[in-house]
Design a protein around this ligand. Structure first.
Ligand code: URP
Ligand code: ZN
Ligand code: ZN
Length: 464
């Protein structure tokens, strides 16, 4: 199987040039001017950008959470990702308390194997880490799971105490792996939530009003301090606000290997979404919560100057009618999370490049290359180079779409609302290629269930 992409403007995190790109089977094998190779399929990409496929390092597919299960499984979620120009995602396997992390990994392999449209990896969510289990962490790394997530939030569910965090971090550092942290002080937040409920404050907006930005900042500070002591790189997930970002910036200025991602919801949405009529605000109940709008400029500045290194989605969809409604009487029972995996590439292009906040190179860096480098996928993924996987997006910078649950070009996620309903975007994926195969063209899915496979990731490899 061969594919020749002609006349593309090739954009990587560092390059910008016009060329033809030739792919054989799953790899890029030649890049040059006016290539004369015969190919099974030819795409004329004149007037288009050619980006490396998007990498979303933070999704929750088929995840039991909040008394239900996230609405996209590995089939629907990865297909929706593909429609949006994402060709690799890193999801989360979850260790239940007392369980072997290796057994947890098997469970998640069984959920994903043979179902995905695109390649995927797993981080391991650690919920306990007794000394007798520490050796498993090396085995996980050997199996290609080279990063962990731990939660300072959600006491009684996914929360781990500081001792567990330190133990796991120290071993992760020795093994050359990375620790991702959900950094919020869940213990204090739970107290604030209890008081709010006792006062009869049950509406969705109280989800945000009980989760102060200071408690995110405290979690970020503590996570970085513990990681520094344990000598492990730490990656703060879904960073939402200026208070928390300041902690990352301060640590980085001291030379600590502290990294952070943010997500489109924190760049484009704000607290006022919780004040929508009736129970509508439940659609935006996610953790951390949406913040006051002024935080958005600070996050963009963090992205521009490198203290925020990548943009993931934290895609964790729950249907409004059947699932969010679990919290109709109490915001504390609304399943936390929102959909977004399909819309990230277009939203960030529009809000970043079109609106003049970031360059094309930075766009690629934030949506693909940084995650590839951080999580041991580079240069197999995250760039356009001879020898790299032929994961590519032919991107039309002039196509406009209005994101909507009702727009068949912008919503393939298995959920009954779109977080970015009504957002107009300029710039949209026209053709999506995964390992040399065209899987989406002109809004038609041409792939098959099971095209994607598990990718064993490498160890942490220095600064992204
Ligand atoms: O609300 C969210 N973010 N749900 C997914 C779980 C998590 O904390 O990442
Ligand atoms: Zn989280
Ligand atoms: Zn998450």
């Amino acid at each position: 199987m061969s594919l020749l992409i002609k006349n593309a403007r090739v954009i990587t995190a560092v390059d910008d040039y016009h060329a033809d790109v030739y792919c054989e089977r799953d790899r890029i094998t030649a890049i040059g001017q006016d290539l004369k190779m015969e190919a099974d399929q030819v795409i004329d990409a004149k007037g288009m950008y050619l980006f490396p496929g998007g990498i979303d390092p933070h999704t929750h597919l088929d995840m039991p959470f909040g008394g239900t299960v996230s609405a996209d499984d590995f089939e629907t979620g990865t297909r929706a990702a593909a429609f949006g120009g994402t060709t690799t995602l890193i999801d989360f396997a979850i260790q239940t308390k007392g369980q072997s992390t290796l057994a947890a990994l098997e469970t998640w392999h069984a959920k994903a194997d043979g179902k995905t449209a695109i390649d995927y990896g797993f981080h391991m969510i650690v919920t306990d880490m007794e000394d007798q289990r520490l050796h498993e962490m090396r085995q996980l790394a050997d199996a290609g799971v080279t990063s962990y997530k731990m939660f300072m939030a959600y006491p009684g569910v996914l929360y781990v105490d500081d001792g567990t965090i330190f133990r796991a971090m120290r071993k992760a550092g020795e093994d050359g792996t990375v620790v991702c942290m959900h950094a919020e002080n869940g213990i204090v937040i739970d107290e604030i939530v209890k008081r709010a409920l006792a006062e009869g404050k049950t509406a969705p907006k109280y989800h945000a009003l009980t989760r102060p930005t200071r408690m995110e900042a405290e979690g970020v500070h503590r996570a970085i301090a513990i990681a520094e002591t344990a000598n492990v790189p730490v990656y703060i997930v879904h960073l939402s606000c200026s208070d928390a970002l300041e902690q990352v910036t301060t640590a980085r200025n001291r030379g600590v290997h502290a990294f952070a991602e943010t997500c489109p919801q924190y760049l484009f949405l704000d607290y006022t979404y919780y004040e929508k009529e009736g129970f509508e605000g439940a659609k935006y109940v996610m953790t951390p919560a949406l913040r006051d709008k002024w935080n958005q400029d600070k996050l963009w500045r963090g992205l521009q100057f490198g203290d925020l290194c990548s943009i993931s989605t934290d895609h964790c969809p729950f249907c409004f009618k059947d699932q969010k409604v679990l919290g109709i009487d109490s915001f504390a029972k609304i399943p936390n999370g929102a959909p977004g995996v399909e819309n990230r590439m277009a939203l960030v292009y529009n809000g970043g490049v079109v609106q003049g906040r970031i360059s094309l190179n930075k766009y690629v860096q934030l949506t693909s290359t940084a995650a590839a480098k951080m999580f041991g996928l580079f240069p197999k993924k995250g760039t356009i180079a001879v020898g790299s996987d032929a994961d590519l997006v032919v991107f039309d910078p002039n196509r406009t779409e209005t994101i909507s649950v009702d727009n068949p070009c912008t919503h393939h996620m298995n959920v009954d609302y779109n977080t970015y309903e009504g957002f107009q975007v300029q710039g949209f994926p026209q053709v999506v290629i995964s390992k040399g195969k065209i899987i989406v063209k002109d809004n038609t899915y041409l792939g098959n269930k099971g095209d994607g496979s598990f990718v064993k990731r490498g160890l942490y490899n220095g600064l992204p």
